[in-house]
Ligand binder design. Sequence first.
Ligand SMILES: [Fe+2]
Ligand SMILES: [Fe+2]
Length: 187
Amino acid sequence: MTDHSTDHDVIDVLTTDHQEARELFDQIVGTTDPEQRRDLSDSLISELVRHSVAEEMYVYPAMRDHLPNGEAAVEEDTNEHKQLEKLMKELEGADASEAAFLETLGRLRTVFEQHATDEEAQQFPQLRANIPADKLVELQGKVETAKKIAPTRPHPASPNAELFHKMVGPGVGMVDRLRDKLTGRST
Ligand SMILES: [Fe+2]
Ligand SMILES: [Fe+2]
């Protein structure tokens, strides 16, 4: 599990999120049990939707305000989030016991990796360079609160599973239901 004790500001939190997503991709590929693949994929989708919504609510507006090329960067990143969402919806509906499932997962992973690597190499360092440290810490709080609105782990073995299924439920439509929960509660 990822250690959160070194998270100091919003950039640390977002980078940790990316790292957790990478670990989940590895775990999904690393198991052959379809049920486990389904559960881990639901966790991955939940993580990525929460991360994307929090970025769009708090981080992308800060990029727009503080980065020299902010407007263009936000437009590009938002488009990539839409691509990710489309692929997550495909994955929601995919049969975890079929070979095509891993093919869909692979396409999601490619787009995610490109997007996350870009953020880590370009936008995150620019945010650090252009935004005062106390503002980055304030953004950390906002992002963490936004993400908490939806439960994190739909895995049946986790204490959050029951809450997750009550609030969101797995399977087709999960991306949209999660996004509604996250944005509806915060506006
Ligand atoms: Fe993003
Ligand atoms: Fe991100």
